[in-house]
Design a protein around this ligand. Structure first.
Ligand code: AMP
Ligand code: MG
Length: 346
């Protein structure tokens, strides 16, 4: 990657002693700069959401397609009024139940929210992150902060500050060096603009949890339910409603194959294929979680993908989790994409 500026690294693991750095980072945000910061889901790449030029810089730094809207982060519920005039009752209940937390909600946007921030849509995605560094930074900056994941577009999302450094050192103003992310996968995205709340991107916060607050009213974007095997063409599948969900994502450098089936069978097959491929000279990496270790899998998945690249693995064999579990489904939604839907049933 080309280094075009000095990226400042601020250790914020002890928030109290990092007050001066946080102030500096916030003032850079106000001036239209880019600051990467920890959240509970993944690291975010922040810019002033109300400043078109600042939002534009995010797309440039990430190499992100311009039709892929950004999630706007706020620290107080009152700040929602700066972004939308239409907050349905169900959204108010969900906010009470889950903010701060890994739930992004989509609302009709106010005219003052720049098109750059919303990828040209007339809706805006908003969330309140559950991380003290993120909340302090947003408060100190005084602006709503647009922040997609702080990785190069197409690469696995960053769950440690080191991942952000690998992708964006030299192209952004600041990296706040916080703790590794607690959740490890991106937020659940829920569209609140229709009759019934619709999950556009699955996350650690499940439809079951949402349904308990909305009297059972929640549906999944039908595009999420299509597990496209490799040979089904992109055109045959319905387009997802969250623009970002259509892009090839999270791709490691290595070829990746998912093995799906009964857990002990999967384990055996992975071992067999590994031995066979190693004899042919491949460097093989394995991603295999405990059968019901869904949250741990969410926590570890992206960071394991990055480790594979660091270790110059050229074939990754990954065991599928059950997608009948909602968190398992959220992890599998990422894993299917990482593997380009290359799945072997065993
Ligand atoms: P990231 O910021 O990398 O976590 O990606 C944000 C995700 O939220 C992408 O999949 C976007 O397409 C989706 N998103 C953001 N804003 C909207 C919106 N207004 N309508 C639908 N999807 C959105
Ligand atoms: Mg992302």
């Amino acid at each position: 990657m080309e280094i075009i500026m000095e990226t400042k690294l601020f250790d914020v693991t002890d928030l109290e002693s990092a007050e001066a750095q946080l102030k500096e980072a916030a003032s850079l945000l106000r001036a239209g700069g880019l600051v990467a910061f920890p959240t509970e889901t993944v690291y975010g790449l922040g810019a002033d959401a109300m400043n078109s030029k600042a939002a534009e810089k995010i797309y440039a730094a990430k190499g992100r397609p311009s039709d892929n809207p950004l999630i706007v982060h706020i620290a107080e519920e009152e700040d929602l009024a700066r972004l939308t005039d239409v907050v349905p009752d169900a959204a108010k209940k969900l906010m009470k139940a889950f903010w701060p937390g890994p739930l992004t909600m989509i609302f009709q946007k106010k005219e003052t929210v720049p098109d750059k921030t919303t990828g040209g849509l007339d809706t805006v995605a908003v969330r309140m992150p559950d991380n003290p560094v993120a909340l302090a930074l947003i408060r100190e900056s005084g602006c709503p902060i647009a922040a997609p994941s702080a990785n190069l577009s197409g690469k696995p999302s960053p769950t440690k500050w080191e991942h952000v450094y690998q992708d964006l050192n030299g192209t952004i103003d600041v990296i706040l060096q916080g703790e590794p992310c607690r959740v490890g996968i991106e937020s659940t995205v829920l569209d609140m603009t229709g009759e019934i709340p619709m999950v556009l991107r699955p996350g650690i916060l499940t439809p079951e949890q949402i349904g308990r607050v909305t009297e059972g009213k929640v549906v999944l974007d039908p595009a999420l339910l299509i597990h496209r095997p490799r040979d089904v063409s992109e055109e045959a599948a319905p387009a997802p409603k969250a623009p970002g969900m259509k892009y090839k994502h999270y791709a490691p450098k290595a070829e990746m194959i998912i093995l799906q089936g009964e857990h002990s069978r999967v384990k055996e097959e992975i071992k067999r294929i590994k031995e066979e491929k190693e004899k042919q000279g491949s460097k093989v990496g394995i991603i295999l979680f405990e059968e019901n270790g869904f949250e741990q899998a969410a926590h570890d998945f992206f960071s394991q993908l990055r480790e594979m690249d660091e270790n110059h693995v050229n074939l990754i064999l990954a065991g599928a989790l059950s997608d009948k579990n909602s968190v398992g489904f959220a992890v599998m939604n990422r894993m299917w994409k990482s593997a380009g839907y290359h799945i072997i049933h065993v």
